[in-house]
Write a protein that binds this ligand. Structure first.
Ligand SMILES: Cc1cc2nc3c(=O)[nH]c(=O)nc-3n(C[C@H](O)[C@H](O)[C@H](O)COP(=O)(O)OP(=O)(O)OC[C@H]3O[C@@H](n4cnc5c(N)ncnc54)[C@H](O)[C@@H]3O)c2cc1C
Length: 314
């Protein structure tokens, strides 16, 4: 297989990857960045981004990512289309296979492959993507001020998102498949006692409807039971909070991950347990999952890569 040696390999082209690329490029690391299946990352699937600093009028996700790519290229990052399909991080230089046809031997690796939100698998989730369906309350909640929304999920994240949205929306349905919440007792109490939140236990969503975006959801209570009930609820927004899948599979044998697959880094840094291998952005952050926090950790990862190379005299 063809091999190529690079000083700094960045895997992923979201805010973390491009920010790492800007810093690594300006530090003369000649970074090579592979974009993966989704060039520009998750933000390319959204319209307005209103909370990324520096854009007082907001900016569309694709425009923001295009700007970040150009900024990365301006400082010498080579941005390539390709997917990391295998990794060998057992010894330096680290070997990353691209598209099963080429091996990059990298002195430093920045893993910024993101985390993918889980959906229920309804066709309507795709139909109304960006038109009422969201997997991020912090990102999109603001668009639902004084409106009615539903949150799907029964864990801590779902409860947190429901409470966050209740601070903006006029009413929040929390749709829970089981007859109980999996969330911690304290979160359960906050949700159950919140005047704006109505918990729909033992409910499943069958579909969404609406002519101009989401206007409601088809619900079923106690699906498959003798007393099954079907009815519709009127909602303006449908938020998924049933988890994310970090894109860390090929790195798992070498770096530490939590039970979900998020890469565990050292303290507040992007250092993994493999020297010279760093993780930035959503793939290592189960908590914040924002563009600006991803960008911040991309910056840290590139700074760490530069220090590592200079300490090793590479
Ligand atoms: C619909 C939507 C709206 C959002 N709105 C906002 C918002 O308004 N404000 C905000 O701050 N955040 C928002 N977010 C969250 C934000 O998009 C993420 O927090 C951020 O994109 C995470 O950046 P990242 O660089 O870690 O990863 P991502 O953006 O997820 O990028 C991951 C990158 O890794 C690549 N990749 C994955 N696997 C491989 C592989 N094997 N080989 C090579 N490349 C690979 C992908 O192609 C992609 O380019 C939104 C998210 C969604 C889904």
């Amino acid at each position: 297989m063809k091999t190529e040696k690079v000083r700094c390999l960045i895997i992923g082209s979201g805010p973390a990857g491009y920010t790492a690329a800007i810093y690594a490029g300006r530090a003369n690391l000649s970074p090579v960045l592979y974009e993966g299946l989704q060039p520009g990352g998750q933000l390319t699937t959204t319209t307005e981004v209103e909370n990324f600093p520096g854009y007082p009028e907001g900016i569309t996700g694709p425009e923001l990512m295009e700007d970040l790519r150009k900024q990365a290229e301006r400082f010498g990052t080579e941005v390539r289309f390709g997917i990391a399909t295998a990794a060998d991080l057992s010894a330096s230089p680290y070997k990353i296979t691209i598209d099963e046809e080429k091996v990059i031997e990298a002195q430093t690796v920045i893993i910024s492959t993101g985390a993918t939100a889980k959906y229920l698998g309804l066709d309507d989730e795709k139909k109304y993507a960006g038109m009422g369906v969201s997997a991020c309350a912090t990102c999109d909640g603001f668009f639902y001020r004084k409106k009615v929304v539903a949150v799907v999920g029964g864990g801590d994240t779902a409860c947190e998102e429901a409470i966050y949205l209740a601070g903006l929306a006029s009413k929040v349905f929390l749709i829970v498949r089981k007859s109980f919440l999996r969330a911690s007792k304290i979160m359960q109490d906050r949700v159950i006692n919140h005047e704006k939140i109505e918990v729909l236990f033992e409910h499943n969503t069958l579909g969404l409807f609406g002519d101009n975006g989401v206007e409601g959801a088809h619900m079923v209570k106690r699906m498959g039971e003798a007393d099954e009930e079907r009815y519709d609820i009127a909602i303006d927004g449908f938020f998924l909070a049933i988890g994310h899948k970090p894109n860390s599979e090929i790195f798992k044998p070498y770096v530490e991950t939590d039970e979900v697959g998020y890469i565990i880094t050292e303290g507040n840094s992007p250092r993994t347990k493999v020297p010279g291998v760093f993780a930035a952005g959503d793939v290592a952050d189960s908590h914040y999952r924002q563009a600006i926090t991803a960008a911040g950790s991309g910056c840290k990862a590139a700074m760490e890569a530069e220090r590592y190379l200079s300490e090793k005299g590479l």
